[in-house]
Write a protein that binds this ligand. Sequence first.
Ligand SMILES: O=C(O)CCC(=O)C(=O)O
Length: 247
Amino acid sequence: MILTESDKARYRHVGHLTVPGVFDSAQTTGVVEDIQRWGEEFLAELPAEQRAWYVDGGVTARAVLRKLDNPHHHRESVRRLAASPALVALVEQLIGSGVWVYFSQIFFKPPEGGGPKPAHQDNFYFGPNDVEGVVTAWIALDDATLENGCLYFGEGTNQGPVYPHEAPPGEPYNLQLPETILSRQPMTPAPVMRGGVSFHHGNTFHQSGPNLSIRWRRACALHYVNSHTFFEHPALPYDDSLKLRIT
Ligand SMILES: O=C(O)CCC(=O)C(=O)O
């Protein structure tokens, strides 16, 4: 898949870009079935002290996972997505050739209560040696809409600095931008249909709303780096040994 000059200029200008139809429904269905299975196994074995990190507090009827880390390491289905020629060609057009997946996440955002993700910059979490060397490919495994909690972006914040983040008491994993900075920044919704990919620069402010609908909003976020970029001063621990070379 080839990006036009105007796509690339838009990405550089506003810090994100949506590309529809990168994956077909057989590809997204296969991944959804696999991660649902993995999620059930993971939840059954999750120690009590790690529940706050992974379980979505908004869902009261039964425990539902909020997220899972490093699916590219644990699941062949996600490795296939990460290495798919269409996706890799897009990533290389944004950050240059020779790319790795450094970290990845599944966000489940379950129906009727999947909680919001507060505004943050991935590059605060990752602390890369080169802020331009990181791009997140956020793959919509369901249609992501205003009702079920699509992403919102702070347009142009990729051109600004990485700000210090803060975490609510008892939630060290929930680092977020302070209200003093956010109050000056409008956030624009970016709905994506299933199979589409939303790319964002590591400095771009982004957040997602709660899932107020009866439909899932699952997504797979693959955090790619180029060949000279690594997480130099990360805010949370990341396991470098799980880095996956793609090209
Ligand atoms: O899917 C979400 O709700 C959050 C995604 C996110 O923060 C990311 O992909 O970096």
